[in-house]
Each structure stands twice: as C-alpha cells, then as structure tokens.
Design a protein around this ligand. Structure first.
Ligand SMILES: Cc1cc2nc3c(=O)[nH]c(=O)nc-3n(C[C@H](O)[C@H](O)[C@H](O)COP(=O)(O)OP(=O)(O)OC[C@H]3O[C@@H](n4cnc5c(N)ncnc54)[C@H](O)[C@@H]3O)c2cc1C
Length: 439
C-alpha cells in the first residue's frame, strides 16, 4: 500500500515524488510512456531552460494566468531555491544565459531528467513505466458513516470535501486493467500541448468527470494563423529582428490595442511565429473571435518623420533607378515585392517620379503592415496549454482539491501558465513542491 500515487513522471510528477518521499511518504509514480520526462527532454530545444534567475516579483510578472494562486508556491520554492536545489541537492551544474534563462552547463536536458531520476531512486520512490492511468477512483463522503472515511480531521472539512480518493485504475505493461489503492493521488499529467510527449489532457478529463471546475484549455505560446495566405506563402522563412508588433481587436464595437511588444518574429507558410508572436499568443486567447489584427512596425526605432527623411535620402541616392530597386538598403529582399504590391506604387517607375503621396503611403506601410489573424495553431505546436483544472477549487498551500479529499494537482494540468524563459517549468517545480499536508 502506497501513501500516495503520483500520476505522470514529467517535471511536476518527479518533483512531487521527491517532495513527498523527503517527507517520509511511500510513493509510487505511474507513467504511461516507456521513459520519464519525455517533454522535459525536448524543452529549451533539448537544453532545458529549467528556470529563470530572477526574484519573486519577476516570476509573478511573467505568469499569465492566475499568478496570485502561486503566492505560497513561489514563497516556498522560488527560482533561487530551485537553482540551489538542482545545484546543491541534485548535483547539476547550471548556468545563466541571456534573459536570465537557466540551463544545465552540459546543455543537455537529459541531465536534468537524470538527476531527478537519481534522486527519486535514492529516496526509494517506485516508478512504473508503461502504466497508463485510466481513472481516479473516489467515493462520496457519508458523514453519518464513520467507517467510510476515517480521517478525524474530516468533520471540519465536511462542508468542502464531498468525496475522497481511494485509488486509481490503470492499464499495466501487459495491457491489463488493474486497481491500485491509495488515499492520496497527485495528478501531474500536464496539459494538452505536444501530445506525442504523453500530455494528452487526461487529468483535465478526469477533473471534468469528477465535476471539478475546469477552465477550457486552449493552445498558448503558439504560432498564429494569418488570413492573408498569399502573403504568408511569399514571405515564408523571413525572419525579422527589432520589429514591433501591435494587436488590435474589436472590443464592444471599438478597435482596441490589446497587446504590443518589440522583438523577433518569423513568417511561416500559414502565418506568423517567433518569440514575440509566441508570447503575444498567450495574451490574445480571448480576442481570437474579435476581428484580431496584427500590425508590424518594421522600423520601430525611427519616428515617422525620421523614417520619411530616411526614405528621402534613399530615394536621393537611387534617383535614376526603378522604384523596385530603391529599397534594398531598407528592407529584406523577400519583403520588398510584397511591400511594393501593397503600396500600389508602380514598381518600374523611376524613383524621381514617386510622388509625395506615394512616399507617405509607403511610410505608413512600413510603420504598420497589417494582417488579419484567424486564430492560433493547434496543441501539436503549442508550447503550453492555457486553462486546465481551475485553481479556485484547489488549496494553494497543499494543492489538494477543495472538493475531493486526497486528490492533488501539480504542474500544467492546472489553470496556470507563463511566458517563455523558464517560467513554465518553475510553475511545475513550485506547485509540485507544495503538494502534501496529509498525515
Ligand atoms: C517544445 C517545448 C519546449 C519547452 N521548453 C520549455 C523551457 O525551456 N522552459 C520552460 O520553463 N518550459 C518549457 N516548456 C513547457 C514545459 O515543458 C511544461 O510546462 C512542463 O513540462 C509541464 O510539466 P508537467 O509535469 O506539468 O507536465 P508534462 O511535462 O507534460 O508531464 C506530464 C507527464 O504525465 C504523463 N501522463 C499523462 N497522462 C497520463 C496517464 N493517463 N497515465 C500516466 N501518465 C500520464 C505524461 O506521459 C507525461 O510524462 C516547453 C514545452 C514544449 C512543448
């Protein structure tokens, strides 16, 4: 009989296993894959950006959904404690790179998985691979029948806990459905993104079945699909640095800027991607049905007046050239024909005959190249899942469900997500570190 069953041997599951075993609990982790940490393995392009070297305030700022819920978690285990833990307790050499991103010195995510696994083994945590949990087994609380529920503390919590956990049903290595009993189950099954790594939303399905509140999951940190397919096909592969993106949406019949940021982006065959777009996607979820538009400022460092002077100078230097050959210094090659088409300026026209009106039209395009966004790409391409088990029904100090005694959640299965930079793994480590509080 195990004190606790952890479902999922990803970042949160491994950290929950360590935390509980350190408290003297007898722990078993059930993982459906043939090895632990399949998603961890691909994080940070195989290097695992395991946290961000920053203080708590910075952590909160980078959490997109429900940062307040993480108050106790970050208080208990912030990124400094995480770095200490990996370095001093697990013996992993780490380094901090640009943007305070923390990686193993070896640049191998497998080293992060290995040190966690070694610690689990040392603590005697049993890991069973190729075991897919199918269901969480619960029983309704019967207040009048003490034998159905033997925790003395129950009386005080009767108004909240309507049922309690008795174990899980799982499919073992041989494909047989079996029952494993325990009074405590930690669901650390991740979200729905990159489902081939094993995160197929099982924990969210169980939560719905158990009538727990769920915020509908959507893909986030995800590329965006652009309606103007022809433009994307022409610009596919074009990577832009030092640009500014602004998104506007129709909110209560009024155009409203809903996000803007400087950074790098990339055109793909279906739309736009790259760091600034991925980050933006996490803040745009509620606007995809609101005529969402992207406007790209290709020259954010120049005011319209400065850019106009620059255009005049470039035109002056190319006075006898055709207009289509006058923008080489200003723009990447593949962007020039697209800009020319949109500007409506005759490409073969001599630069000296471009009118002021045409030049100002060009300027406007360079400061605000507009595209219509139809929505995000799917979970297959989303770095994280936004939404999940609602934190409103979770005790932030123990990660226990307020409704179901003995049922805990940690990591991406919860309605918690952050931008890139190591913050999502920090959520997994910190939330898993809080799991517990049972005798
Ligand atoms: C390509 C990519 C790169 C990323 N890079 C970074 C990065 O560098 N830094 C960062 O902070 N974040 C990064 N993330 C996000 C980060 O990986 C996740 O937020 C984090 O892994 C979530 O941890 P988790 O333990 O909650 O879930 P997961 O890591 O998804 O683990 C869940 C585990 O549960 C198992 N499981 C699911 N259902 C069952 C079941 N029914 N029975 C048994 N086992 C089950 C799964 O097989 C899986 O092993 C990246 C994500 C992706 C997709």
């Amino acid at each position: 009989m195990y004190d606790v069953i952890v479902v999922g041997c990803g970042a949160a599951g491994m950290m929950a296993g360590i935390t509980l075993a350190e408290k003297g609990k007898k722990v078993i982790i059930l993982e459906k894959n043939e090895k632990p940490g399949k998603k961890l393995f691909i994080t940070g392009k195989g290097r695992c950006n395991l946290t961000n070297n920053c203080d708590k305030d910075e952590l909160y700022k980078n959490v997109v959904s429900n940062p307040k819920f993480l108050f106790s978690s970050f208080d208990n285990f912030d990124s400094y404690k995480t770095m200490d833990f990996f370095e001093k307790e697990l013996g992993l050499n780490i380094k901090t790179e640009r943007g305070n991103r923390v990686f193993p010195v070896s640049d191998h995510s497998s080293d992060v998985i290995n040190v966690l696994q070694r610690k689990l083994n040392k603590l005697g945590v049993k890991i069973r691979l190729k075991c897919e949990v199918k269901d969480i087994i619960t029983k309704p609380v019967d207040i009048s029948d003490n034998s159905s529920y033997d925790n003395e503390k129950y009386e005080n919590k009767a108004d909240k806990h309507t049922s309690y956990v008795t174990g899980v049903e799982y499919k073992n290595e041989d494909g047989k459905i079996q029952l494993l009993e325990s009074k405590n189950v930690v669901v650390a099954t991740g979200g729905l993104s990159y489902p081939r790594t094993g995160s197929t939303g099982d924990g969210i399905k169980w939560a719905k079945k158990l009538e727990l509140k769920v915020t509908e999951p959507v893909p986030a940190l995800v590329p965006l699909v652009v309606k103007e397919e022809d433009i994307c096909k022409r610009l596919m592969g074009l990577s832009l640095k030092n640009i500014k993106v602004s998104f506007t949406a129709l909110v209560k019949n009024k155009k409203k800027e809903v996000y803007s940021e400087f950074g790098e982006m990339l055109f793909t065959h279906f739309g736009v991607s790259g760091p600034v777009i991925l980050s933006a996607s996490s803040y745009l979820t509620k606007y995809f049905d609101n005529e969402l538009k992207l406007s790209i400022d290709f020259k954010p460092a120049l005011s319209p007046e400065q850019l106009d002077s620059r255009l005049l100078r470039d035109f002056e230097n190319n006075i006898n050239k055709q207009f289509q050959n006058s923008l080489d210094e200003l723009l990447p090659k593949s962007l020039i024909p697209v800009i020319i088409d949109r500007s409506g300026i005759e490409p073969y026209k001599k630069v000296n005959s471009v009118t002021k009106e045409e030049r100002l039209r060009l300027l406007e395009l360079l400061k605000g190249f507009s595209l219509n966004i139809s929505g995000p790409r799917g979970f297959d391409e989303a770095i994280i899942t936004q939404g999940g088990v609602s934190v409103k029904e979770i005790n932030p100090k123990t990660m226990e469900s307020k409704k179901i005694k003995g049922l805990y959640f940690a990591g991406e299965v919860l309605d918690l997500d952050a931008v890139t930079g190591g913050f999502n793994l920090q959520i997994a480590w910190s939330s898993a570190r809080m799991v517990g509080g049972f005798e």
